[in-house]
Design a protein around this ligand. Structure first.
Ligand code: UDX
Length: 421
């Protein structure tokens, strides 16, 4: 028994020694590791500080004019000529091209967008410029800023987008327009409304001049946009007569160009994307009373022509509505064939049944714009299409690099009613 006790005591002594040795090793290791972690953090901190220093040095050591060269060139305008301009929907397809023009002309531009169909990417090349401001704001809410001119473009414009949430489309075009007219009245700004050829509905007069009152189905699927824009025009003239607000109204016909959304859903972007991806080009058939069975006839304006028209209308003294569009007519089928040949695509043409209330034929009478603004389209259709094809090619590459591009979804129904806010 004594022996056993001695053995255990002996083992304990040995174990004690071993444990002591292990503890010593652990302590030394911890000290060493701790030091190296601290060192690496220190190195990390030094590195980050160095980077911040380098960046701030780069910014502060350059004179302002050299630093601003990363932006597209901007004209210098004197205080007298420089205007403070608000563009609602300025991050959208047309709005962003208008932003470019007004910025490069030397004005101070504030873009307001809720990014439903607009994208920051469309105006990112101006972010940080002293003349530019981007505000994430929905025009359905009031806005209080100081401006001289308002280009009111905010609204979804493609049929799938404006039909996605019809109530929101109505609110944007009615409450949104009231808010912008209220702002124009408060600050004494001139407001240009981006209206549409859709105020003519499915026209019974051809070509359409500004005197034509239109043929709109007030309860059809397109009414949220068509009637929304019609009442927006009515509001403009009520504010003009009652409050003396200076208004300009542009009735914009089908327009295309770069920065259209991949999921825009209008005919030009659809056909180009379909042709580039080898998918069938979806041509809507003409229906109704037509016995010709020909697809619809439309006209297409390139975005730069539209932007020039908008700016000259804003700066003119014409307060009545003015058509801005290209009077060169093409059937949708001709157009599909043209895009197929420009893309050199083997895509087939697929005929689809016509959508409800789809206008059959649309062509602007632009004599008023020609006479009073000296404006007419100058970009040939093929040139505009080639530029747009290049743009969509880049967009497809961008998408292939795993960039997420959201698709507009069909209106969500909840207890029989579409979602709205
Ligand atoms: O894939 C398609 C898409 C459209 N179409 C047809 O092409 C014609 C033009 O349709 P789009 O969708 O391009 O545009 P819409 O003419 O219907 O509306 C447009 O018109 C004027 C603008 O001011 C408006 O913003 C926009 O709503 C329609 O007849 C349509 O049915 C096709 O044949 N195939």
């Amino acid at each position: 028994m004594k022996r056993v006790f001695w053995l255990i005591a002996g083992l304990n002594r040995r174990m004690m020694k071993i444990l002591f040795a292990l503890a010593l090793i652990a302590y030394v290791a911890c000290e060493y590791l701790g030091m190296s972690v601290n060192l690496s953090i220190e190195r990390g901190e030094i590195k980050i500080e160095q980077i911040i220093d380098e960046v701030s040095l780069t910014h502060s050591s350059y004179p302002l004019n050299v630093f601003s060269q990363k932006y597209p060139p901007v004209k210098f305008l004197s205080e007298k000529d420089r205007k403070r301009i608000l563009i609602t929907g300025g991050a959208g397809f047309v709005g962003s091209h208008l932003t470019d023009k007004l910025m490069m002309d030397g004005h101070e531009v504030t873009v307001v967008d809720n990014f439903f169909t607009g994208r920051k990417r469309n105006v990112e090349h101006w972010i940080g410029h002293e003349n530019f401001e981007l505000i994430n704001h929905d025009v359905v809410e009031p806005l209080y800023i100081e401006v001289d001119q308002i280009y009111h473009l905010a609204s979804p414009a493609s049929p799938p987008n404006y039909m996605y949430n019809p109530i929101k489309t109505i609110k944007t075009n009615t409450i949104g327009t009231l808010n912008m007219l209220g702002l124009a009245k408060r600050v004494g700004a001139r407001l240009l409304l981006a209206s549409t050829s859709e105020v003519y509905g499915d026209p019974e007069v051809h070509p359409q001049n500004e005197e034509y009152w239109g043929h709109v189905n007030p309860i059809g699927p397109r009414a949220c946009y068509d009637e929304g824009k019609r009442v927006a025009e009515t509001m403009c003239y009520a504010y003009m007569k009652q409050e003396g607000v200076e208004v300009r109204v542009a009735r914009i016909f089908n327009t295309f160009g770069s920065r259209m959304h991949m999921n825009d859903g209008r005919v030009v972007s659809n056909f180009i994307l379909q042709a580039l991806q080898g998918e069938p080009l979806t041509v809507s058939k003409q229906s109704g009373t037509s016995t010709r069975g020909e697809p619809n006839v439309f006209v297409y304006l390139f975005s730069s022509d539209l932007v020039n028209g908008l700016v000259s209308l804003m700066n003119s003294n014409i307060s009545s509505p003015v058509n801005l569009g290209n009077p060169e007519e093409h059937t949708i089928l001709e157009f599909a064939r043209l895009i197929k040949s420009l893309v050199v695509s083997r895509s087939q043409i697929q005929f689809l049944p016509e959508a409800q209330d789809d206008p059959q034929r649309r062509r602007p009478d632009i004599r008023k714009a020609k006479m009073m603004l000296g404006w007419e389209p100058v970009v040939p259709l093929e040139e505009g299409l080639n530029k747009t094809i290049q743009y969509f090619n880049r967009e497809l590459e961008h998408q292939a690099n795993n960039q997420y591009i959201p698709k507009p979804k069909a209106a969500r129904m909840k207890k029989g009613r579409p979602r709205h806010n």
